[in-house]
Design a protein around this ligand. Structure first.
Ligand code: ADP
Ligand code: MG
Length: 397
């Protein structure tokens, strides 16, 4: 994959001492109505970069977006104040919050300040050049450490990287780049992808892009239902997108042309209603009734897929293969999760509900890499070059 400058390397080369370092982090945490942070994973994940800069003797500025404020209109609920407090607790030192910072920031080497919500600046989302140039002028080194925003080109994520004297990847972004290249650019084969979840339409580009690269493409959830239709099977009232059957057939054909396959479920778990307490019935894939809802893959299918995952060299996982929120229909997803955990393969997983499933089965430690960027991760799987990677690679050339 592309070569970018890494902040850790600049630190190791002694190029950070006394420098003004601008870190674009992702500190966009969920808050309750009173503004209290309900989940601080993103702040904790951003601490290593800030510490690295402080330990190297830099004057450190950190910013992030929070929520969806209107540019140019400050409202108290859009303030990073609670984040400054939490970041201070984690760093063991107070973190001053600075507003109105675009035209100049006072910060000394060995100090860290948090720059108020960058989405309050007019021109942020449209990557306004004047704003980006002003931000770039604040620093000697720009550090992109916000993978969650890597698929967007905004003033604090892209423009600043164009104009700052030096632009590099922070440790969190670098870890994502390394995991993604290990899984998709130089995978140990066989490379098996699981693309599941509710709808084909949201993941069609991913299926098409992966069909060109992977050795096995496991479909599940509502996506598998559409593939069952494409294979000529009846699916009753199950969630599916009949309009996309031709696209599903094309994905199957593209895989077959490469000597690879899209395994179609041989058995499924059905219910008559979409409910947690609906009785679950295992049926052969050829035996689904007109009033059935397929809510999970069956045990034979799950077992066969688990074998395939155990033999894989690399696994990419996005999407639960059933309605795992309902225990009666969670067996398929749990089997897949445990097979990934047990496999020697390098595995990478991402997606909101996929992360919820990983947490439900407690396999965090057994997944090679869990991506922190929902939308950005999906765009990588689509085969797109993320703007953040593109500009950092260009600046490294
Ligand atoms: P992710 O957030 O990991 O990208 P998705 O949002 O695409 O995943 O899909 C997850 C959702 O799909 C879950 O809420 C799950 O209940 C639902 N789902 C999975 N299988 C089925 C199915 N057979 N029928 C209806 N919904 C399903
Ligand atoms: Mg989801």
């Amino acid at each position: 994959m592309m070569k970018v400058l890494r902040f850790a390397d600049l630190v190791a080369q002694g190029q950070v001492q006394g420098k003004r370092v601008f870190i674009r982090a992702d500190l966009n945490v969920p808050q309750d109505d009173a503004g209290r942070i309900t989940e601080d994973t993103r702040i904790r994940a951003s601490v290593p970069c800030v510490k690295m800069a402080l330990d190297a003797g830099a004057a450190v500025m950190v910013t992030s977006h929070l929520g969806r404020p209107t540019e140019g209109e400050f409202k108290p609920e859009d303030s990073l104040a609670p984040v400054a407090e939490r970041l201070g607790e984690l760093l063991g030192r107070p973190v001053k919050l600075v507003s109105g910072w675009v035209d100049g920031v006072q910060v000394a080497p060995g100090e860290v300040v948090l720059l108020e919500n960058c989405r309050l600046n007019k021109g942020e989302k449209k990557n306004n050049e004047e704003l980006a140039r002003k931000m770039a002028a604040l620093c000697d080194i720009f550090v992109h450490d916000a993978f969650g925003t890597a698929h967007r080109a905004e003033a604090s994520t892209y423009g600043i990287a164009q104009f700052a004297p030096v632009a590099c990847a922070g440790p969190l972004l670098a870890a994502e780049i390394d995991a993604i290249s290990k899984a998709l650019a130089n995978p140990k084969r066989p490379l098996v992808a699981i693309v599941a979840g509710s709808k084909v339409s949201t993941k069609l580009t991913i299926l098409q892009s992966l069909a060109k690269n992977v050795d096995g493409l496991i479909v599940g959830g509502g996506i598998a239902n559409t593939f069952m239709l494409a294979a000529g099977l009846k699916i009753g009232k199950s969630l599916a997108e009949p309009d996309l059957v031709d696209e599903a057939k094309a994905v199957i054909a593209a895989m077959q042309a490469r000597g690879a396959a899209v395994p179609i479920p041989e058995d499924v778990v059905c219910a008559k209603t979409f409910a947690a307490d609906a009785p679950a019935t295992v049926k052969a894939a050829t035996g689904v009734a007109d009033d059935d809802l397929i809510l999970d893959i069956g045990p034979k299918t799950a077992g066969r897929l688990a074998e395939q995952l155990k033999a894989a060299g690399t696994i990419v996982w996005n999407g639960p293969v059933g309605v795992f929120e309902f225990d009666a229909f969670a067996h398929g997803t749990e089997t897949i999760a445990r097979a990934i955990a047990a496999s020697d393969a390098f595995s990478i997983a991402g997606g909101g509900d996929t992360l919820a499933a990983i947490a439900k089965y407690g396999i965090e430690q057994d997944v090679g890499y869990i991506s922190t960027g929902g939308g950005a991760f999906l765009e990588v799987l689509e085969g797109k070059t993320l703007p953040a990677f593109e500009i950092l690679a260009r600046r490294a050339a």
